[in-house]
Design a protein around this ligand. Structure first.
Ligand SMILES: Cc1cc2nc3c(=O)[nH]c(=O)nc-3n(C[C@H](O)[C@H](O)[C@H](O)COP(=O)(O)OP(=O)(O)OC[C@H]3O[C@@H](n4cnc5c(N)ncnc54)[C@H](O)[C@@H]3O)c2cc1C
Length: 369
């Protein structure tokens, strides 16, 4: 990052402060904070400087994402969605679209991303949302569900069927025919603005359709999901770091049976497992970011592996952290209680555990004769 990673972390740390517990309980992030971070380019830090962004490497953006993830997974989820939208604009937009949308996404406008539908979760190929040409314009019809950040967004980047292929389209959230309904009381990332979205013949100009449409659906998914998986994986590293730090600090202070928890060997086992999980997930994410930065052929599978490993590690480790704190952490809003709920959700999104395992198994099988 041109603005050093440390400076970026300090700026976000100051802005976030001790607010995440209250955000979690209220189920809402302050929109002014999102716009402020967005205007500094921090929500999609890999956008090149030539398009108004910070031009961060995947590695630097990853470490920054982990830091935000250690503070608040709802805020990190917003970063992930914004980053996916920016990555799709970079990959599929024409020059004018890149100029316009990347400038907006680095100056305070917010974007969310919609793939999932009631009939298309793990099997995205089953989607029914359709983009149809109508003279010079396009009409979008269908429904998306669980769109992270839609409650705050200025744009929804929607993937739809288009002719006999697919398209990614930037839909302004004030479009006529668009309805956004907040999902009440989600299990985790409670302040991330998850919404169901309905498109009832939403009319859009041709300039909203990235690259004019006609892209392959698998390529659209792979591009968007690879960025999203990297971002979630690093966010889970942040969850692991927060859990390790909180559990270790508590174990050193709280005494039972005549000694601090840290002197009970069974508590030490939890701390050892937390440390192993944090270090291993970091290593896997670093490897994936190196592949991402080198644009290597390993990039796609490395992102799946990183997301799968980091999410599973974070879900298990958050359980250990709650165990170490026991009643001291068993309250909504507490850092380990949030981690426990948030990390579980990370095993569901951008490819469930099972879908990631299928991809990884295929990779393993393809490497032997
Ligand atoms: C907190 C949260 C945030 C989200 N944010 C977004 C977002 O921003 N944008 C968006 O588009 N979507 C979002 N989603 C939706 C998410 O991507 C889907 O929930 C996910 O893809 C799984 O789909 P599903 O819930 O329909 O589960 P299903 O596909 O119905 O799966 C149910 C279970 O069956 C298993 N399963 C399904 N198919 C197979 C198979 N072939 N082999 C083995 N097991 C299988 C799954 O692994 C899972 O355990 C979000 C969801 C959550 C919970």
């Amino acid at each position: 990052m041109p603005e050093s990673p440390l400076a970026a972390r300090a700026a976000v740390g100051d802005l976030v402060g001790a607010q995440p517990a209250a955000w979690d309980l209220a189920g809402e992030l302050p929109i002014a904070l999102l716009r402020k971070l967005g205007a500094q380019g921090l929500l999609c830090a890999e956008v090149p400087q030539s398009f108004g962004g910070l031009g961060a490497t995947g590695q630097d953006n990853g470490e920054f994402t982990a830091y935000v993830g250690s503070l608040d997974s709802s805020l990190r989820s917003i970063m992930t969605s914004q980053g996916i939208a920016a990555a799709a604009v970079r990959r599929f937009g024409d020059r004018e679209q890149r100029k316009r949308y990347l400038a907006e996404l680095t100056s305070g406008k917010l974007a969310a991303v919609g793939f999932s539908e009631p009939g298309a979760g793990s099997e995205l190929a089953g989607m029914g949302t359709r983009l149809t040409a109508d003279g010079e314009e396009f009409i979008l019809t269908g429904r998306k569900m669980w769109v992270t950040g839609a409650g705050y967004a200025d744009y929804l980047m929607i993937v739809a069927l288009h002719e006999d292929a697919a398209a990614a389209v930037m839909v302004p959230t004030d479009s006529a025919g668009l309805r956004i309904e907040k999902i009440p009381d989600p299990l985790g990332c409670r302040a991330a603005g998850h919404c169901d979205v309905y498109f009832d013949d939403v009319r859009l100009p041709a300039s909203a359709v990235l690259g004019g449409g006609g892209q392959s659906l698998p390529l659209l998914f792979t591009t968007a999901l690879s960025y999203g998986r990297m971002s979630i994986a690093w966010g889970c590293v942040g969850i692991l770091r927060a859990c390790l730090q909180t559990a270790a600090a508590h174990a050193k202070k709280r005494a039972q049976a005549g000694k601090v928890l840290a002197d009970h060997q069974l508590v030490q086992r939890h701390l050892a497992e937390l440390l192993v999980a944090e270090r291993s997930a970091t290593a896997v994410c670093e490897q994936a970011s190196r592949a991402w930065d080198a644009n290597s052929a390993e990039m796609v599978v490395s992102a799946v592996l990183a997301k799968h490993f980091a999410a599973g590690s974070a879900a298990r480790a958050a359980g250990s952290a709650v165990q170490v704190l026991a009643s001291a952490g068993a309250q909504d809003g507490h850092v380990v209680a949030r981690a426990f709920r948030d990390a579980k959700c990370m095993e569901l999104i951008e490819g469930t555990n099972e879908i990631c395992q299928l991809v990884l198994a295929q990779h393993a099988l393809s490497s032997v004769n």
